[in-house]
Design a protein. Sequence first.
Lengths: 185, 185, 360, 360, 76, 76, 263, 263
Amino acid sequence: MTEEIIIAGFGGQGVLSMGKILAYSGVMQDQEVSWMPSYGPEMRGGTANVTVIVSDERISSPILNKFDTAIILNQQSMDKFEDSVKPGGLLIFDPNGITRFPKRKDINIYSIAASDEAGKLGLSIVFNMMVLGGFLKLKPIVNLENIHKGLEKSLPSRHHKLIPDNEKAIGIGMELIQPIQVLES
Amino acid sequence: MTEEIIIAGFGGQGVLSMGKILAYSGVMQDQEVSWMPSYGPEMRGGTANVTVIVSDERISSPILNKFDTAIILNQQSMDKFEDSVKPGGLLIFDPNGITRFPKRKDINIYSIAASDEAGKLGLSIVFNMMVLGGFLKLKPIVNLENIHKGLEKSLPSRHHKLIPDNEKAIGIGMELIQPIQVLES
Amino acid sequence: MGELRLMKGNEAIAEAAIRAGCDGYFGYPITPQSEVMEYLMAEKPYESTGMVVLQAESEVASINMLYGGAGTGKIVMTSSSSPGISLMQEGISYLAGTQLPALIVNIVRGGPGLGTIQPSQADYNQAVKGGGHGDYHMIVYAPASVQEMADFVATGFKAAFKYRTPVMILSDGAIGQMMEKVYLSDPVPRRTEEEIISQCPWATTGRPPTRDHNIITSLDLDPAGQERLNLVLQEKYRKIEENEVMYEEIECEDAEYIFTAFGLSARICQKAIELAREKGINVGLFRPITLFPFPKKEIRELGRKVKGIMVVEMNAGQMIEDVRLSVDSDIPIEHYGRFGGIIPTPDEIVNVLENKIIGD
Amino acid sequence: MGELRLMKGNEAIAEAAIRAGCDGYFGYPITPQSEVMEYLMAEKPYESTGMVVLQAESEVASINMLYGGAGTGKIVMTSSSSPGISLMQEGISYLAGTQLPALIVNIVRGGPGLGTIQPSQADYNQAVKGGGHGDYHMIVYAPASVQEMADFVATGFKAAFKYRTPVMILSDGAIGQMMEKVYLSDPVPRRTEEEIISQCPWATTGRPPTRDHNIITSLDLDPAGQERLNLVLQEKYRKIEENEVMYEEIECEDAEYIFTAFGLSARICQKAIELAREKGINVGLFRPITLFPFPKKEIRELGRKVKGIMVVEMNAGQMIEDVRLSVDSDIPIEHYGRFGGIIPTPDEIVNVLENKIIGD
Amino acid sequence: MAKMIGDIVIDIERCKGCEVCIAACPFEVIAMSEDVNSKGYRFATKVNDKCTGCTNCAIVCPDGVITVYRVKVAAE
Amino acid sequence: MAKMIGDIVIDIERCKGCEVCIAACPFEVIAMSEDVNSKGYRFATKVNDKCTGCTNCAIVCPDGVITVYRVKVAAE
Amino acid sequence: MEEKFARPEIRKPENIVYKRTDLLVDRPLSYCPGCGHGVVHRLLMEVIEEKDIVSKTIGISPVGCSVLAYDFLDVDMQGAAHGRAPALATAITRLWPDRYVFTYQGDGDLAAIGTAETIHACNRGENFTIIFINNGIYGMTGGQMAPTTLPGMRSSTSPYGRDVDIMGHPLKITELVANLPGTYYVTRQSVQTPGAVRKTKKALRKAFDNQDLNKGVSLVEVVSNCNSGWKMTPVQSNIWMEENMFPYYPLGDIKVEGTLVEK
Amino acid sequence: MEEKFARPEIRKPENIVYKRTDLLVDRPLSYCPGCGHGVVHRLLMEVIEEKDIVSKTIGISPVGCSVLAYDFLDVDMQGAAHGRAPALATAITRLWPDRYVFTYQGDGDLAAIGTAETIHACNRGENFTIIFINNGIYGMTGGQMAPTTLPGMRSSTSPYGRDVDIMGHPLKITELVANLPGTYYVTRQSVQTPGAVRKTKKALRKAFDNQDLNKGVSLVEVVSNCNSGWKMTPVQSNIWMEENMFPYYPLGDIKVEGTLVEK
Ligand SMILES: Cc1ncc(C[n+]2csc(CCOP(=O)(O)OP(=O)(O)O)c2C)c(N)n1
Ligand SMILES: Cc1ncc(C[n+]2csc(CCOP(=O)(O)OP(=O)(O)O)c2C)c(N)n1
Ligand code: SF4
Ligand code: SF4
Ligand code: SF4
Ligand code: SF4
Ligand code: SF4
Ligand code: SF4
Ligand SMILES: [Mg+2]
Ligand SMILES: [Mg+2]
């Protein structure tokens, strides 16, 4: 099993930490992982993205231009990464702030209204975990036990009290995710 | 004609300027010349030397380890350069400060008591020109007219009033120089 | 087997340094490697192991702190990225000339000039041929994973002391910024003062009545003395070339063609090998791990077996000169490079292999 | 034919700069090249031609003054020697990255570190392969006489502006300190403000209403933009390699063996040729005058005609790599070098030729 | 006494929602929008009519996105 | 009152003839030689008996070539 | 978007009392929301515009958050290497003596790596203006400690607060260079309130006016927030700055017309 | 050689009241006749000897005429790159906190190329001693202008005298660093007379004593002749120094126990 994922959105949306928790969960179940962020000043207020690979085998390139899954949290990222999903791959997006929906028909597209839901529930801080939950519903590449361990490892101990909220958010995300049908245009 | 000369002594003895005047005189009679000094902090109070080449042809290496003529003004330089004179070559030294006379028998050795004489005549400042005069007596590689021009060129104009003294010193040096017989030891 | 962590390459370097008993780190912030110092400042090894961590006023100061620190016989390191490393060239030349052990990490970014902060491999020549003045070399390690970022710290310290030479880890922004699994070795304690004094009899530890004063200098106003020093250095480099070569061969047994690449490029070539082999092209990877000493003999032998070599670098063609100087068979040796922070993709690498080498 | 003088190499550089219409010199004292600035300060061109001469607080400041000055479109230069040039590596990389014309003189001394002040050629790699970070080149001239020290100043300025690139004169302490005859060209006036503005539309001259503001930078945070800049540079280097190669062949017509040497070494090889030919060995000299661009084609062709090449350098073997990379015939190519300020003597060169190449 | 009536125009696409203008306005004319612009920032909006055109908001705005208009009218 | 009698020993091979000691001696004890040493320097010599061993010459000597001796004797 | 409180009757060109100067290039600034860099950029361009010296102005941008200043300031500009802007400016001023030359530098740039270049340009009395943005941190590289970071202040390389015993004291480089004979005007200002902004603009104007006199360096320090680096909202950061930075870096003129201001 | 005025009856070991310390290596100093470097070397070694700290002392020599100091001072020594001695000393002091660390630097080294390292080590309050030989010139490289060269003073790069309008003002770096919180003791002395030598020795002793307190940098400036560079005889040069250097660089303590001395 090798899963190659890009997660992309605004700087403040928890994109990097979502990737890190996913990667750490992979580590917890003895898989090979890599987490490769975009970095530098363009992150300031701008977009951020991270490539996460979880695999049973030694990972060759940590940098990719095609992905099994793209998790997309703003319009810029949609513009940039829709085409990078491999045929037959998966694209998940949060519709909040998306002005142009994805058009590809050779991939599976899901929407997850995590931003709205998190706002409603007062769980904005774990919005990213909802999105992760949605992804894991579709591709359960790491199991819940290892996610728990991953959370423990990747959150600084002063934030461990937030782990239950994180896990709750994952559960909510699993419920929230919805397939999208791309219409003929 | 190619004449390869080393001039060596203490820093203050005018070694470099003697070489420069000789070289400039060569330039004045349309010859190729090079003037290659030792340089750097070891000159501070220590020894100084300069390699001068005057030639009718393009000069290949400006740095030599064998010389047609060595002009030697202190003991350290005698120690260092006696052996560098080509067989059949010329060694000229001022005996002042020389504690160990040259021993080679395959070269021509001359002594010139320029330092004493210059002191006596109150011409210490042109002591080096006396030595040059001695050399030119033996090897008239540049003529007096061109030496005059060389002096004009190499002395800053505020020192041009000293040219007559310089020329006088050359004349004195021509008189002063004496062959030396190396005794069997 | 040590402790398992998910870490950035830069963090791995910092943690590995603490665990390797490093005595002092001196650095100045620059992207993409500031995490090295940030990690150290957060870990406060000065409270645990006693390791000194100091933010200098510049890279010129950093390298000269490193030089001063190295003179004490302690285990010291600095890290920076391309423009900062350029500022260190005088100091590096001094370290080489005085034969002091020290570790310098260069997390390369795209140049020249201010360039970009994206990863690059354009500092190969600077690291390997000598960016500073004079005839000298550093041992240069090119890690290709976070694990190696950690491992080469201790390896580097060891080599630095074994040969009394500056050592460089030449990596890039991508490996510095990415996280991977890393097994951290168990911490070794910092050496005691007595150990340092006995292991480094050349160091400035304070002159006891029992020995002459130690002098650390690269100056010799006597050219003969300076030449002797240079001959000692050249002899040292010969020994290093004899003993310290490191490289990796991946899928070379049946290979008709060979990629040669170091660091991040080697990782990308591995992916390219997957793609090429899917297409039925038998290609392998030769990865020099030490760039100086360069694995000349090994690539020469490979060169005699294969039909062509493609050198993939994130630069305009630097290591390829060492490949060409090493290989003695009459096969095509071509370069493929991207610049300025652009990372070549596996498929374009395969394309170029097909067009430039196989199509030849 | 110009004015005839007997001058030191360093003085010739300074005088030639004034005569070439140089607008600004920025430097910091270091042996064996301090005469460049001293000569300028004594000549006071700021009173005659208006040329600025400024003693900076360091070489880092000098090179950045040079960089600032180059940005104005004016003709600017600096000079230093090995350790000082190492400190300039960041600035040189900036000059290359921003494509600015500037002349840098390196009067090389023995290294590494503080080394010695005696002449050396150990900075070949630094000058030619890039001592700074990133993929860049300078055009590098290696004068072998005081005449060439003078001549290459104007040549260098011209090339610098033609290609908008930093140019280096790579010489050594001996050529800097020695006096030879030199014919100085007639002075050309400094360009007027109008000429500069029209000839250098890219320069920071102050934005008139008629054009966009000029920006001089090497930064492009977008890797694609940075790659474009790099491709422009590589294309420029290709053109330079095509057009700017300079070399000299001495007694090569009938030569069975060839010395290859630059700068001072080439002068010494000429003497060695005299000695060797006296012994009946037909040897000639191939002297690269530009080290970048390296006269690859020319030495390749020579290599096909002779029985062996001996590369003589005052270093541990640096240019020899470029010779090996150029020559495609199967002849012995050996190196002879002395270090740290020691100058090889003509007879030892002949000896080595006999033993290492002919005896082969 | 003459009275000043002012108005401001905010380039909301360039506003970064820093709220510095809010602190600078003596008449609490400015507040943050609920919506975000295309960069994801909430932006400054005019929320009442009390603007005197004093320019305070504009001169402290780091992004220079406020244009201020002012006319003098007779006191009421 | 006790009187001091001093003496100095100059390492003439290391003396560089700078004359700084001459200026420092309150009793004009030191003067320069006519001869030069092997480095070509004229060197400092004692030219009278007036030395009190005050050490002035020694402590200003840049080359540290002067050793000073002193004994206290009863006043004459 | 519909505007509720718009007053179209007033929004006429003739009623404009403040608008962004055209000398600021028409593109979004790259700074974080609320960052003082933007204000200073604007004031600088207003001064150049008012003095009508665009065609005689050359600016030097540093390496720091304002590295891209050349993209925003519509005058000829050259990007310096980190810390070296005063060296560039020295050469440019001497080669184009009738130009108005300014450097724009952060505290890391000017007071850490560029210390020697700053001191020596100030000591030589070069005829240019230094605009010095002191935000107590390395903004661009992600909030590391700067020479000017306050005692106890957190940064990514002083995560437990600056410990002066280990990390040294904050460096008041502005006071330091005021002591040098080559500085003619040295002042410290800020831009967090309308009043402060007006003063800073006056200071900048004075600095450029001084260049007409050729009497040496004019240095305008602007104490400014780096809300991202300080991990505060912009408004919080301005308050924190007033309460913590100003006591350590008191505002006001330090040297005027070559004479130190008595305190 | 026969000595006319020798007093063999006094020349006994027990009567020695002054002799060159054994901590000066038994070889000729490389300095020019009459150069102050030699005196300072000797005083320095006397202090180390008297404090009995050889085994705890590490010195840094600069690039300058005193580049070879390590050949003369019989303590462990490291030769710095030009100007960087304070950086080396910083690292050494921190890595060997109980050692006595000193730098020995010329004015070109300390106040030109090394400005940033000097200022920042002083500002951090590193616990070492700086011995600063101010001879107003670059001695080693043949007499070029230094930051401390006086106005109007000739040097090989100011052959018509230092023109402050073009070449900048002399830099009083000692006064400058005295203003920094990290300096504990700052003084300016000289060594041309017996009295001056005694004061300098006291100052050096105080500097090393201060290192026991760990309160920051002690800097001892010694205004010294460079008779070669100045092109005078040693004795002339000392007089010239008193008449010209001292008015500009007045002798005496500038900062004692962390407090500036009122003038
Ligand atoms: C030689 C070099 N060293 C380090 C850096 C990395 N660097 C970029 S900006 C910066 C500091 C910026 O801080 P400051 O000058 O205070 O400006 P700010 O971003 O706070 O406005 C550093 C260290 C670099 N680009 N070049
Ligand atoms: C990087 C570098 N730049 C320049 C030099 C040349 N250099 C050697 S000593 C020196 C100046 C010495 O002057 P100073 O520090 O005043 O010491 P002094 O000789 O007067 O005692 C210079 C510029 C060098 N060795 N290295
Ligand atoms: S100050 Fe400017 S950028 Fe900030 S909220 Fe107000 S209008 Fe927007
Ligand atoms: S112009 Fe003055 S009153 Fe109007 S909104 Fe701005 S600050 Fe408020
Ligand atoms: S010890 Fe005193 S009295 Fe004796 S020679 Fe020296 S200075 Fe003169
Ligand atoms: S001071 Fe010393 S070196 Fe100078 S003359 Fe006197 S004894 Fe000789
Ligand atoms: S990081 Fe700080 S200084 Fe930089 S733009 Fe953001 S707030 Fe401004
Ligand atoms: S050159 Fe000057 S400083 Fe150097 S040793 Fe001579 S007198 Fe002393
Ligand atoms: Mg800052
Ligand atoms: Mg000096």
